[in-house]
Design a protein around this ligand. Structure first.
Ligand SMILES: C[S@@+](CC[C@H](N)C(=O)[O-])C[C@H]1O[C@@H](n2cnc3c(N)ncnc32)[C@H](O)[C@@H]1O
Length: 201
């Protein structure tokens, strides 16, 4: 299992780009603010919160959750962009989502970061904290962007078939495309998908 806190503490954070994910900005340009519902919107595994603040700048209430104290402490030090908050917590822990409902979820580099054996738990957690009809928008790695190490992942890649299978117990996919905007090195390796929650969880 990855020790995320230690990775932040030692600066071993190749995913940290100092800006919101380009595919999120592409999605925001396409969907606008209204599609995200009344909020709050959840960003699981938000790291230093650049995506949280990009969403919050649209005047949507946003909650970022991450299990790294370092990440949460540093996310809170950025100037507020809107009504964003940060929480230290484990998104996969069912206790974390008791009595919580979100109108939408933005997924970016959390699904690919957790161990693949936890992916069903991720889909269940997402369904469990979304309002009925709420949606999960995510950018997924179809191939890991830095393969080749001795120790596999993270990030762990996924196929479209696997992503659909993991989410299908609770979600229907309503749109998907390969984003035009990407961090250097991730071009053509990512896939944006929008899922709407259709089943109770
Ligand atoms: C690869 S990093 C990506 C961070 C951020 N999304 C970004 O792009 O900068 C994965 C993040 O997920 C967090 N994380 C991993 N498992 C988690 C879980 N079960 N609950 C909440 N956060 C988690 C880690 O602490 C880490 O900040």
């Amino acid at each position: 299992m990855t020790d995320w806190e230690s990775r932040y503490q030692t600066g071993d954070t190749p995913w940290e780009k100092g800006q919101a994910a380009p595919p999120l900005l592409e999605l925001l340009g396409k969907l606008g603010a209204d599609a995200w519902g009344d909020g709050p919107v959840l960003v699981p595994g938000c790291g230093l919160g650049h995506d949280v603040r990009a969403l919050a700048a649209l005047e949507i209430p946003v909650v970022g959750v991450d299990l790294s104290p370092f990440a949460m402490e540093h996310a809170r030090q950025f100037p507020p962009a809107g009504k964003e908050t940060y929480e230290l917590g484990n998104f996969l822990n069912p206790e974390w989502r008791v009595d919580r409902k979100f109108s939408a979820i933005w997924e970016h580099t959390c699904f690919c970061a957790i161990d693949p054996t936890e992916r069903d738990s991720y889909a269940e957690a997402a369904a469990g904290c979304l309002t009925d009809g709420g949606f999960l928008a995510g950018v997924f790695f179809l191939t890991p962007f830095d393969p080749g190490g001795e120790v596999p992942g993270p990030p762990f890649g996924a196929t479209i078939e696997e992503i659909d299978a993991r989410f299908s117990p609770w979600f229907e996919r309503i749109d998907a495309w390969v984003p035009c905007a990407a961090y250097p090195g991730r071009e053509g390796k990512e896939w944006i998908a929008l899922f709407r929650k259709v089943a109770k969880a």
